[in-house]
Structure formats: C-alpha cells, structure tokens
Ligand binder design. Structure first.
Ligand code: ADP
Length: 164
C-alpha cells in the first residue's frame, strides 16, 4: 500500500488544503494528515480543535474517508515518517515563495532521511489565494471565514475558549 504524510500547521485547515488532499488521494492509497504542534509556537487553534476541524471537513467531501487518517504530532516530520514507515511527504505550492521555502525544507529532510521523497502539489487557481493566515485574520476581525473553509464548517465550534 502506497502511503504518504501531509504535514502542516493547519491552523486552520482550508479549502486549499482540502484541494491538495484530493490530489494526493489520486496518488496514494492512504494519506495521513499530520497536524504539527510546536509548544513554543502554540498557534491560534488548539491542536485537538484543528484535528476535529479537519475530520469534520473531510467527512462530507471525500468518499475515500477510509484512506485518510488525521493525527497530531510534535518534533521532526522525518521522525514521524520513520515511525509511520512512509517515505512520502505531501506539500502544496501556491507561489514561487512557497516553492523556495519548500525546496529548502525538502533538501533538509532528505539529508536527515535520504529515502524521503517530497511530493509537491500545485494549488488550484481558485484556491491559490487562500492561506490559514488570512483565515485567522478574518476570524479575529469578526468577518465570515466560511468562503475559505470546507462546506458546513461552523468556525465558532472550534475557537479557543475565552478566559475572563
Ligand atoms: P505550514 O505551517 O507547515 O506551512 P500550513 O498549514 O500553512 O502549514 O500548510 C500546509 C501545506 O499546505 C503547505 O505545504 C502549504 O504550502 C500548503 N497550502 C496551504 N494553503 C494552500 C492552498 N491554498 N493551496 C495549496 N496548498 C496550500
């Protein structure tokens, strides 16, 4: 069985990520979406909320849900690959800036784990402007983020709890 990991912050998971996942499922029998969590950079959504949002996003969209797994992890992505016994890392590319950053990361990963192959999937034109950063900005400023998110996602159900 051909397996791959699709790692990212997914803070939050957007229509752009979903589009990359769809293409990855054409290439691999099973794709593990791995939510990277760094204790020093906690991000906006809690890791467990990000995982829940991804599971809710893929449920109605993908007939092949059996072939998708969603996990969270911290530490090096190559270590996760080793642990999960896979060689393929999926990344999405929107711009030349993405390409430059991703090729550096891919080379570093290959140095750490020579069998690793990074698979770059270009963004579809209609989603190439979507980023989690923009989505967070919209949410923080009270806007409607639903055009950037999978159908049916009610962002209020995933937001960090306010501490008074
Ligand atoms: P990271 O913080 O690891 O870059 P992200 O959650 O921002 O994590 O993105 C995960 C992957 O998805 C990255 O490879 C990124 O380039 C890609 N990606 C993000 N948004 C889009 C999009 N709209 N279309 C295609 N790929 C995207």
């Amino acid at each position: 069985m051909r397996t791959a990991i699709f790692p990212g912050s997914f803070d939050p998971f957007t229509l752009g990520h979903l589009d990359v996942l769809d293409s990855a499922l054409e290439l691999f029998d099973k794709v593990t979406i791995a939510v990277g969590y760094n204790h020093l950079k906690p991000g906006f959504f809690a890791p467990e909320s990000r995982v829940r949002l991804i599971k809710d996003s893929i449920r109605p969209h993908l007939k092949r849900e059996c072939c998708i797994e969603v996990i969270s992890y911290s530490g090096l992505t190559v270590e996760l690959c080793r642990k999960m016994d896979t060689r393929f890392i999926i990344r999405g590319l929107r711009t030349t800036t993405d390409f430059e950053m991703e090729s550096v990361i891919a080379q570093a990963n290959k140095k750490l784990f020579p069998e690793i192959v990074s698979v770059f999937i270009p963004a579809s034109q209609e989603y190439s402007f979507i980023s989690s950063t923009v989505v967070r900005d919209v949410i923080i400023n009270g806007g409607d983020a639903s055009p950037f998110l999978a159908q049916g996602i009610e962002i209020a159900n995933y937001l960090p709890k306010k501490i008074d």
